[in-house]
Design a binder for this molecule. Structure first.
Ligand code: PLP
Length: 369
């Protein structure tokens, strides 16, 4: 027996997360310097200039440990969100918070519920804890949002050992979303001892009237946890910082599991000022809406199907051609994201780039198709 055999079975059976291909890697492979990446739902406008300024200052003191309590970031977040500081848990990216939640609730006797095609990390953290995954079939082709979460199917999976329900709104990679009424009704039907996670990584990008402000439900539902991130519209994915908002009691639990310095000092400083630059956020939101519109129109004109998306990406159906299209885009210096690992081999997920990047991609696709 080797040391590997001593590792937990659920860890040995875990499929590693497959990230988008890094730009540097493709440039090295092709010997080019102008590759574009539309593969990881990053902000194509970069980040606020305020972030650049504060990073220079914050980096003067990286010999010091960061503030383990993230006091100033929590203070600013609490003010902005209208919650108390003791409701906020900081993560090394919101993925870290998802992991803290799983480790707080799940073990081999417990189950987590999430939807087919839901964000991959729910499956990973559930399996890593040795818990049972109960995967609800996604909404069918006759539903308003095919591939989206079917909340009734999720409710039907609740059993005695259910401890956590993960919901992505909007979801990645489908881009599908849930409206306020249906989500509120769902939350009302879940027993109070089950933690409901509403993952709102793309919250700031959503431009829909009936999209919920789920923070308003926290007072009434102490089993609710809302997660958000600075990786998407705030454009600081590389610094790794996200957070959750919950009851103070849940927050207290997560802070026991949390590594004390999981939010590094550069990320804490950057996130704080990123929140202040509302003009940058608005510009990013507008640019994303325009980009989405361009993409929809381009694919519609060519009769190419896609899943309507509320995020900063679009999953497009290339059918049996997906792998070829992915490869040939790569050869032209354009990285998109295959989603075969989500059991969606017919689709490629394309992040909304700047107009010039999208035009470059359209030209390449014209050539390939
Ligand atoms: C739905 C969803 N949740 C969470 C995350 C995690 O983001 P991060 O760990 O960078 O905050 C992502 C990133 O792609 C996502 O798509």
């Amino acid at each position: 027996m080797s040391v590997i055999d001593s590792a937990l079975l659920q860890i040995r059976q875990l499929q590693p997360y497959s990230p988008g291909k890094p730009v540097e890697e493709l440039e090295r492979e092709l010997g080019i310097s102008n590759a574009i990446k539309l593969a990881s739902n990053e902000n194509p406008l970069g980040y606020s200039p305020l972030v650049g300024e504060v990073l220079a200052r914050a980096s003067e003191h990286i010999e010091l440990y960061p503030d383990a309590n993230a006091y100033y970031l929590k203070q600013r977040l609490a003010q902005k969100l209208g919650v108390e500081q003791n409701q906020i848990t900081i993560g090394n990216g919101s993925n870290d918070v998802l992991d803290l939640i799983a480790r707080s609730f799940l073990d081999s006797g417990a189950a987590a519920i999430y939807s087919q095609y839901a964000f991959m990390v729910y499956a990973m953290v559930t399996q890593a804890c040795g818990a049972q995954a109960r995967v609800a079939e996604a909404a069918g082709s006759d539903a308003a949002q095919p591939y989206g979460h079917d909340l009734d199917a999720m409710l039907a999976l609740i059993g005695d050992n259910t401890r956590v329900i993960f919901i992505a709104n909007p979801n990645n990679p489908t881009g599908t979303w849930l409206e306020s009424d249906e989500l509120k009704s769902f939350i009302g039907q879940v027993p109070e001892h089950i933690a409901i996670v509403i993952d709102e990584a793309y919250f700031e990008y959503v431009d829909l009237e009936r999209y919920p402000d789920s923070l308003q439900w926290l007072d009434q539902h102490p089993n609710l946890i809302v997660t958000r991130t600075f990786s998407k519209i705030y454009g600081i994915a590389g610094l790794r910082i996200g957070y959750s908002v919950s009851s103070p009691e849940l927050c207290d639990l997560f802070n026991r599991v949390r590594q004390p310095f999981n939010g590094n000092s550069l990320a804490l400083a950057a996130a704080r000022v990123a929140l202040d630059d509302e003009a940058f956020v608005e510009q990013s939101r507008r640019s994303n809406q325009q980009g989405l519109q361009l993409m929809r129109a381009w694919f519609e004109q060519r009769g190419i199907d896609y899943i309507p998306s509320a995020g900063n990406f679009l999953s497009v159906r290339f059918g049996g051609d997906s792998a070829r299209v992915y490869q040939q885009l790569l050869e032209r210096g354009i990285i998109v994201r295959p989603v075969a690992n989500y059991n969606m081999p017919d689709f490629l997920r394309i992040s909304v780039g700047r107009k010039s990047q999208l035009e470059q991609m359209f030209a390449a696709l014209e050539d390939i198709l």
